[in-house]
Design a protein around this ligand. Structure first.
Ligand SMILES: [Zn+2]
Length: 141
């Protein structure tokens, strides 16, 4: 088992109970391969990018399939190994989960405890992720 700092040590995160997530090594490495130790705004941008690409266990729309196919076609020449590694990392973390379950896991285990990611849906059906700061008084840990 390894210790994940929800607020990275490089950003002032301490070894306190609420900041540590005990997690198996392969998942921990997968998380940082995808999200590095980015601050929350950059982390959520990456999350959006990977979600658009790899999705969840819900069926994909035609738009999502087209986007994925185009992206893979372009990426095949440039960074095929990188894509395969990132797809494997995403699967290590989120395979067979719905987006609702993925967000619960991100928000309760991985993300800086002062923030959460929420999902909004545009009129055209695209899923967007935005961050919310959790009020200190609403926190339980
Ligand atoms: Zn970590």
């Amino acid at each position: 088992m390894t210790d994940h700092h929800r607020r990275p040590q490089s950003r002032g995160g301490k070894r306190t109970y609420g900041n540590i997530y005990r997690v198996v090594r392969y998942k921990h490495e997968s998380y940082h391969l995808l999200f590095d130790s980015f601050a929350v705004p950059d982390m959520v941008k990456r999350f959006q990018f990977y979600f658009d690409l790899f999705g969840d266990s819900s069926p994909r729309t035609t738009d999502q399939n087209t986007y994925l196919q185009n992206w893979i076609r372009g990426e095949r020449q440039r960074d095929r190994d990188g894509r395969i590694k990132r797809q494997a990392a995403w699967n290590n973390l989120f395979a067979r989960m719905t987006i609702a379950d993925i967000l619960i896991e991100i928000n309760n285990c991985w993300l800086d405890y002062a923030w959460r990611i929420v999902k909004v849906q545009t009129a055209s059906g695209k899923i967007l992720f935005v961050t919310q700061k959790i009020l200190a008084s609403a926190r339980t840990s």
